[in-house]
Design a protein around this ligand. Structure first.
Ligand code: PLP
Length: 369
């Protein structure tokens, strides 16, 4: 069975985990410090912190920006559910807009039209293969004095011009879930705009605790608990060293997909040829009905032939939570089309070119049949 995503954990990493377990220091410790140092280096020296998930990082990002009840945050209808959920969780209102078809980047004209006096931030999601126009995004944010929280869960290692995502801009969050470009089992990171904001993250990720001069503790803000264990962090330290190799491997597999994907009418492939993009997923849009299929039957046919698939993503505004804010079908046609037609084909650093050829042959056969 070819899984659509899987982590690659080598023997050195497994040995390093065993060493941490034997050290008896398994909660937050020196490996968290080392992972944060190495991540910050990869993000052009910007203040970086690790957390238990990207979702937690997004919640903390909103809190760092002081966003809460009465505030609006503009986000894409086409994304994973984390942005919507965390906006709601901090008490703010999610304001959805549509995205672009190929890049899936948030539609900046619609963002601008959605700005009200209550808007505090834009929360775009970046997709593999091409970022949106980042210069235009930040120019827009600057014009309207808005914070930007980039959901960069899928694009660790992608570049905008000469700068890595996370290495510039305002706030960015990353995921280290096993399906992502590198893993800490569960985990995530936040890159913030200043050392003061990083100190606020330290507070917000661990009960809001501040140490007082007399050795007792104060709770400065009522906060949750999002600190990463050293067991997870040591995996991250090893994964981050291997990330460049993982990304080269993923990019080569994507090249092969572009070469071998059957010429099916109506199919939309991801953006091709943009330099220095990381490839977490290979998402394809297929008009299943034209081939006598539903997405469910298409995915089942692939599964029968040993090919696992994923689905990224449903349209956020049409979830029960989204509809609760008054959103309805047909409002964001591109996000909704992606939600109907998308399928994620296998892509991970343990795959071979022959695996890609096999997936493409099976897709061709199913759509022909
Ligand atoms: C675009 C995007 N953002 C955020 C997340 C949340 O990541 P995590 O599972 O680390 O909370 C995911 C996870 O799949 C994602 O795909």
């Amino acid at each position: 069975m070819l899984k659509f995503a899987q982590p690659q954990l080598d023997e050195d990493t497994i040995q390093a985990v065993a060493a941490v377990l034997r050290s008896n220091w398994i909660a937050t410790g020196p490996n968290v410090t080392e992972l944060e140092r190495a991540l910050s280096e990869s993000f052009s020296g910007r203040p970086s912190r690790v957390l238990t998930s990207a979702t937690g990082a997004m919640e903390i990002a909103l809190q760092v920006c002081g966003i809460g009840p009465g505030d609006e945050v503009i986000t894409s209808a086409q994304s994973f559910f984390s942005a919507m959920n965390m906006i709601v969780k901090v008490g703010a209102t999610p304001v959805f807009v549509d995205c672009e078809l190929h890049t899936r980047a948030i539609d900046l004209a619609q963002v601008e039209a959605a700005i009200t006096p209550r808007t505090k931030a834009i929360m775009p999601t970046h997709f593999p293969g091409a970022l949106g126009d980042i210069d235009a995004l930040y120019a827009l944010a600057k014009r309207h004095q808005l914070r930007v929280i980039e959901d960069a869960a899928l694009v660790q290692g992608s570049y905008w011009k000469d700068q890595p995502v996370g290495g510039f801009g305002d706030i960015a969050t990353f995921s280290f879930h096993p399906n992502k470009n590198m893993t800490t089992i569960e985990g995530g990171a936040i890159v913030v705009a200043s050392e003061d904001e990083a100190k606020l993250v330290d507070l917000l990720r661990f009960h809001g605790i501040k140490r007082l001069p007399d050795d007792t503790r104060d709770v400065a803000v009522a906060a949750g608990k999002f600190n990463m264990s050293d067991v997870s962090a040591v995996i991250g330290v090893h994964q981050l060293k291997q990330l460049p190799r993982f990304l080269v491997q993923r990019a080569a597999l994507v090249e092969r997909y572009f070469e071998k994907f059957p010429p099916v009418p109506g199919v939309v492939l991801p953006p091709q040829g943009v330099p220095r993009q990381s490839w977490n997923m290979f998402n394809v849009l297929i008009p299943y009905e034209q081939f006598g299929h539903t997405r469910k039957s298409f995915r089942a046919a692939l599964q029968e032939q040993g090919v696992g698939t994923g689905m990224s993503y449903e349209a956020c505004h049409l979830t029960t939570v989204g509809r609760g804010y008054g959103y309805t079908d047909g409002q964001f046609p591109i996000a909704e089309r992606i939600a109907r037609e998308t399928v994620t084909l296998p892509l991970h650093a343990s795959m071979t070119a022959e695996d890609v050829d096999h997936v493409c042959a099976v897709v061709a056969q199913i759509l022909k049949a």
